[in-house]
Write a protein that binds this ligand. Sequence first.
Ligand code: NAP
Length: 273
Amino acid sequence: MFENKRIGVIGAGVMGQAMINGLLHSGQIQFTQVWASVKSESSQLKLSEGSVYPVYTDFSDEIAKTDIFLVCTKPRYVSSVLDVLKASGNLKPGCLIISIAAGITIARMKEHLGSDVALIRAMPNTPCKINEGITVISPAPGVSAEHKAIANSIFSSVGKALELDETHLDAVTAVSGSGPAYIFLIMEALADGAVRVGLPRDVALQLVSQTVLGSAKMLQLAGKHPASLKDDVTTPAGSTIAALLTMEDGKIRSVLARAVEEATRTARGLGNS
Ligand SMILES: NC(=O)c1ccc[n+]([C@@H]2O[C@H](COP(=O)([O-])OP(=O)(O)OC[C@H]3O[C@@H](n4cnc5c(N)ncnc54)[C@H](OP(=O)(O)O)[C@@H]3O)[C@@H](O)[C@H]2O)c1
């Protein structure tokens, strides 16, 4: 799939590095097939120290030799990056540009690049760093099956990948893109509760993290609704129902659901900032 292809990761921060590492460790590409870029010389120095691939602050010499660009800068820098690519006049015919920036639409990317470049928007999450991510891929209309397969292969190297229409991407950003932060907050709160009732912090975190991991696996494997799995833990007059009703008193369901709604609204506006 990546034979004779060169990949440029523009914005090799948390997510960009996760993508490069996933591709290299999966064996799909050799280190000679990838380059990375960052904004500051300090980041360039830091990343270069531990990298087998080149790291640039100015990637203009690489544009003509690159088949796949992965744009992983913060959303506010995407326009200027796309302008650099377009203004170079050196984009290879048939090259693919994938952006993972929240809120930056395909229409917005086209404003900078024109309509003859293959564009894909994607939304991964930080568990990609340990190959347990989930990424939703939204190709622009007319993107070839080969380009879709390339995007699928890139994001499958760091977890699961699925394709959805772009109209869903702000919601995806709010659910799985931001989702790890919600889960970490919930895990921290559960661990605080455990500490309050006398467990050591390290034991509390071990109990909570394995419980979340096991519950997530059960949900994926059991093919049952979460309410049914929850009911399996809940015995009459027991401690679980006591805890659940306390959570319901705090409106935990609507707080979490409304948080996703609010994050979706915010994600939609990110492209305008
Ligand atoms: N983090 C998440 O949970 C997550 C999840 C899904 C999607 N995303 C999306 O992923 C993108 C990156 O997020 P992140 O958390 O990985 O950010 P990050 O760690 O801050 O990394 C951004 C990188 O972009 C570089 N950069 C900035 N301007 C540049 C330019 N003009 N040319 C080349 N490189 C440039 C920065 O370089 P310096 O280090 O020199 O500043 C930095 O290395 C965002 O658009 C975000 O919406 C993030």
